[in-house]
Design a protein around this ligand. Structure first.
Ligand SMILES: *[C@@H]1O[C@H](CO)[C@@H](O)[C@H](O)[C@H]1NC(C)=O
Ligand SMILES: *[C@@H]1O[C@H](CO)[C@@H](O)[C@H](O)[C@H]1NC(C)=O
Length: 450
């Protein structure tokens, strides 16, 4: 019985989603997506998204900033920064406040226009889940799930069957089907550094069913946090980001599931990190897995810095090693990341032979700043019984080496640079102070003697 009940609700959920989608099957050729949209900002990016004219828009999380960021305080009663901090930097806001923020986001004129012309679906990340970096322990999650589904105009009835906001949708006529699977990486996630679960048992069982389900030419798996890139391995120990890479067992399980279900044509989309990046991993399954990350519809990393310092951000991106980042001639900057306002754009040319997807990150003017073309024939397992196509497990190969496998001198070069710079500055400031103190002490001692 215990086993049957979740199973039954799982079927019901799949059934509910199937009926809503079965009626609509227009050919999908343009999909846009994005994440990290502070509801208080004006969002000129919607204009570029509307110009791209997507049939489908996917929210990838941090669709609003629901939690409250407390001011940075080193000293005083409530200290939010430093090893001596005694107060959390983020606190959840009330249900009323969350509602107001969603209302503000929903009433943005550019977004309203998009919503009239495109189907809008989505998942959430930590700030709209309700608290920075939060997981399954967060006690506002039930209420906030209701508010989030309400924002998306999803039927609230699904809440009775579903804990979390994961869902799947299939679009398009037969032989040109696009399936979108949206994961919930928050509701069931174990604490960071636990190497526990991201999805939880029920969502894993559901995902397996979805991947084994009817064939689709393209399967887009949306995860709020990055699946392929594990930048934390090269930015640590200075700072860490959230990603599937931080849960290595869970990430292996995901790749194995794609392999085992023999699902072809899978690509990932993600958000969260406040910059745009396209990554690929050639040695996870039998074909290259792409992860297109668009982050910062509005909250992008360069906007956190004053204009004259923004080039430093790009320089640091370029300097930080990455083994999975797609490097090609379509990048606006040499780093092949993009730290300004951006959205993800997927265009599908079904008439090309073979059918081809164009994966792009576009800027606030709609110009491509990162991009690549991927033909669907590239995203097919070759079949394990074909001796002419052995899996390309070569450790030195680009897009195949894990970040943690880099030699220490390369892997930690960002940390080395930052700690070195920090020490030089510290010496430059602290050195003279020590000098003055020593001189005065020596003088006082000498003066006393005299
Ligand atoms: C990602 O990086 C973290 C931090 O260095 C590391 O603990 C983890 O094992 C890495 N994951 C993978 C899949 O390499
Ligand atoms: C990629 O596809 C677009 C059309 O979707 C085409 O205009 C462009 O030339 C292609 N680029 C390459 C390098 O094949």
């Amino acid at each position: 019985m215990n086993l049957l009940l979740p199973r039954l609700s799982l079927c019901l959920v799949s059934f509910l989603f199937t009926i809503t989608i079965a009626q609509e099957s227009p050919l999908i050729t343009r999909i846009a997506f994005g994440s990290c949209a502070n509801q208080n900002a004006p969002h000129p990016i919607w204009e570029a998204i509307n110009k791209f004219d997507p049939q489908l828009f996917i929210w990838m999380g941090d669709n609003i900033y629901g939690d409250i960021l407390k001011p940075i305080k080193f000293i005083g009663k409530e200290r939010t920064l430093g090893p001596w901090k005694n107060s959390p930097k983020f606190v959840p806001s009330s249900e009323e406040e969350m509602k107001l923020r969603y209302a503000k986001a929903k009433s943005n004129p550019g977004y309203s226009r998009l919503k009239r012309n495109a189907k809008v679906i989505g998942t959430w990340d930590d700030h709209d889940f309700g608290l920075n970096d939060a997981g399954k322990e967060f006690d506002h999650k039930v209420t906030n799930q209701r508010l989030m589904l309400d924002f998306l105009d999803e039927p609230l009835s699904i809440i009775f069957f579903l804990s979390g906001v994961y869902a799947s949708y299939t679009f398009g006529p037969s032989n040109r089907k696009v399936k979108v699977i949206l994961l919930d990486t928050r509701y069931h996630r174990d604490p960071l550094r636990s190497d526990g679960s991201i999805l939880g048992d029920t969502q894993w069982a559901w995902l397996e069913e979805e991947l084994r389900g009817p064939r689709s030419e393209i399967t887009i798996i949306g995860s709020s946090v990055q699946v392929i890139s594990n930048l934390s391995a090269t930015t640590g120990p200075v700072f860490y980001m959230e990603s599937w890479g931080r849960f290595p067992k869970e990430r292996e399980r995901l790749f194995k599931l794609i392999s085992d279900t023999k699902r072809n044509g899978v690509i990932f989309i993600s958000g969260d990190v406040h910059f745009g990046e396209i990554t690929r991993y050639d040695c996870a399954v039998e074909y290259p897995l792409y992860d297109v990350t668009s982050s910062g519809l509005e909250q992008s990393i360069e906007t956190f810095f004053p204009l004259p310092l923004r080039f430093i951000v790009r320089l640091l991106f370029w300097y930080t090693p990455s083994t999975m980042r797609l490097i090609n001639d379509n990048c606006k900057f040499k780093s092949c990341t993009y730290g300004q306002s951006n959205f993800g754009a997927i265009s599908i040319d079904w008439n090309a032979n073979p059918a081809t997807m164009r994966l792009e990150i576009r800027d606030v003017n709609g110009h491509t700043v990162l991009g690549t073309n991927v033909s669907l024939s590239e995203l097919q397992a070759q079949g394990s019984n074909s001796p002419t196509n052995p899996p390309t497990k070569g450790k030195s190969q680009r897009y195949c080496t894990l970040e943690v496998e880099l030699p220490g001198t390369t892997r930690y070069r960002l940390a080395a640079l930052i700690y070195f710079t920090f020490s030089v500055f510290a010496m430059a400031f602290v050195g003279p102070i020590i000098g003055v103190v020593l001189t005065i002490t020596a003088c006082v001692y000498k003066c006393k003697l005299d």
